[in-house]
Write a protein that binds this ligand. Structure first.
Ligand code: C2E
Ligand code: CA
Ligand code: CA
Ligand code: CA
Length: 275
């Protein structure tokens, strides 16, 4: 028992050391990565549930690290959030998204719905509203061309502040999407108080759509309908899940069944087309 104990301690320490080291590495590398343009936005199609027509994209970051190769967002976004670098990173990615939207608009690809993830820490920072206005001006974006995705916790921790920020963005017709809906506080009381436009049903609910029993998803959909919110179902992986959703009021979908996140040049070829 003693040797097992020692072994466990040793194992734990090595794992910890490795974790800490890679954490510190990533922290150091993030700023360098922003300055050296190592981040690329991929775009995952969002499509109409009924006809599977592509109506827009969610921008998802990819990091081409010079020595580590491809690093997935879940391996650096949480670290960037804990060090505070997320504000710089988010801003850089918003700028990349705006640049891409402007390029598409110049090619006549208008009325796209492009959604960009924003961390709650950035969303709630003092300069957020003016930063978004500055980006809109810099890239001469058309009104309504940007949708921001924020998770529940980010919005409801401070309802008053969130409302103020959303109202500050209203002149630009920036849309607000509540991401991962259903996984956080799930207190429905706050929903009608928030001037948001889109609900994104979390993948965990879609995972459970394996037969006709969909009381939770039905409840979310009728709630959204009564609040006049658009609904996107994320993480659709099977034809069965899609077929079930097609029998509901769900407006839009997203998921590996139809399309994975892809580079901008590939994504734009899909616009207005059925998948
Ligand atoms: P999220 O915002 O909930 O994004 C959805 C994630 O699910 C993406 O992972 C997407 O590739 C993946 N996904 C989409 N469809 C399917 C499906 O059918 N099956 C499965 N298994 N997964 C699917 P990704 O790109 O690895 O991003 C992970 C998370 O990292 C995101 O979760 C988001 O929280 C964060 N993130 C990604 N890009 C950004 C960004 O540009 N800024 C910020 N602040 N966070 C980002
Ligand atoms: Ca998202
Ligand atoms: Ca999500
Ligand atoms: Ca998520």
């Amino acid at each position: 028992a003693k040797s097992t104990g020692r072994g466990q301690v040793k194992f734990f320490n090595n794992t910890m050391r490795k974790k800490l080291k890679s954490h510190a590495d990533i922290e150091n590398d993030l700023q360098h990565g922003i300055e050296h343009n190592e981040f690329e936005l991929y775009f995952q199609p969002i499509f109409s549930i009924q006809h599977c027509k592509v109506i827009g994209f969610e921008a998802l970051v990819r990091w081409h690290h010079p020595s580590k190769g491809f690093v997935a967002p879940n391996d650096f976004i949480p670290i960037a959030e804990s060090t505070g670098q997320i504000i710089n990173l988010d801003l850089h990615l918003l700028e990349l998204a705006a640049k891409q939207i402007a390029a598409w608009q110049q090619q006549g690809k208008r009325f796209l719905r492009i959604t960009v993830n924003v961390s709650s820490r950035h969303f709630a920072s003092v300069d957020f509203i003016s930063q978004i206005h500055a980006i809109y001006n810099k890239y001469a974006l058309e009104l309504g061309s940007l949708c921001l995705e924020i998770t529940e916790s980010g919005l409801i921790e401070n309802l008053e502040l969130a409302t103020k920020i959303i109202e500050g963005l209203a002149p630009l017709k920036v849309k607000l999407c509540l991401d991962d809906f259903g996984t956080g506080y799930s207190s429905l009381g706050y929903l009608h108080q928030l001037p948001i436009h889109v609900l994104k049903i979390d993948k965990s609910f879609i995972d459970h759509l394996t037969d006709t029993a969909t009381p939770l998803v039905d409840a979310i959909l009728s709630l959204a309908a009564s609040l006049k919110l658009d609904v996107v179902a994320e993480g659709i992986e099977t034809q069965e899940q899609l077929s079930i959703l097609q029998k509901t009021q769900c407006d839009f979908g997203q998921g590996f069944l139809k399309a994975k996140p892809m580079p901008a040049a590939q994504a734009i070829l899909l616009i207005d087309k059925p998948l």
